[in-house]
Design a protein around this ligand. Structure first.
Ligand SMILES: C[S@@+](CC[C@H](N)C(=O)[O-])C[C@H]1O[C@@H](n2cnc3c(N)ncnc32)[C@H](O)[C@@H]1O
Length: 220
């Protein structure tokens, strides 16, 4: 039933998805420069996550593969992004780092991977951007192994807090060029039946947060 819903949504004209593909194709050559302020938070989030070399890791909406340098070199990594210009850069980064990675162009709302395939899924700077984040979370739950976990490093408003002054000030521009800075993660997790395992602030004056989550009801 969920699959039918996802396919129906993918068949609808989706302006948000179209705009994402257009702008990220444009951003690709300068993305690493644009994302540089988030680098420290990214590194600290992955250190906190402490992935092991045995974990099978999936980077959804991988962009230029900016997470790669912080992941264990021996861990099997798969990357997917809707924009070929991003995927080419992610692939080149893997080569530059001397590590192997399986790289795909594809839609995170309909992942081309089997069930129970990954131990760790990174949704970094992605859920606040993608059209239909709940469909992405459903797909993430499907491809996750039974005791798998998800890392969400993003700019959601911290739980229980009102959007800060800086968020409200940045939002009119951010909504068009980046994403809505006043969005909350918890309703998305609840709708997709995920639960939080751990959560913390991840830099830039609390604008970015790091969350580890897993499908609810998974007692692993
Ligand atoms: C803000 S970037 C984040 C990139 C990377 N995860 C990072 O942490 O730097 C968002 C990425 O999502 C990709 N994207 C947007 N919609 C997508 C979709 N439906 N499926 C897969 N990738 C998508 C964009 O092409 C872009 O590379």
């Amino acid at each position: 039933m969920h699959l039918c819903k996802t396919v129906d949504r993918l068949n609808e004209p989706d302006v948000e998805d179209w705009w994402n593909r257009v702008r990220y194709r444009g951003y690709a050559p300068v993305y690493d420069w644009l994302a540089w302020p988030m680098e420290r938070g990214r590194r600290r989030t992955i250190e906190w996550l402490a992935p092991t070399p045995k974990e099978r890791i999936l980077l959804v909406g991988c962009g230029t593969g900016a997470d790669l340098p912080y992941l264990p070199r021996a861990a099997p990594v798969t990357m997917i992004d809707a924009v070929p210009a991003m995927v080419r850069r992610a692939s080149a980064r893997a080569v530059q780092l001397g590590r192997s990675a399986d790289v795909h162009v594809g839609d995170a709302r309909a992942l081309p991977f089997g069930a129970d395939t990954y131990d760790l899924v990174l949704l970094h700077l992605f859920l606040s951007v993608v059209s239909d984040p709940v469909a992405v979370l459903h797909e993430t739950a499907r491809v996750l192994a039974a005791d798998g976990r998800v890392s969400i490093y993003d700019k959601f408003v911290p739980e229980g807090e009102a959007p800060s002054r800086i968020r409200r000030a940045l939002n009119p521009v951010a909504r068009v060029l980046v994403s809505d800075f006043t969005r909350r993660l918890e309703p998305l997790l609840a709708e997709a039946h995920f639960e939080k395992v751990a959560h913390r602030r991840a830099g830039l004056w609390g604008l970015y947060t790091a969350t580890i989550a897993r499908p609810a009801g998974d007692t692993g």
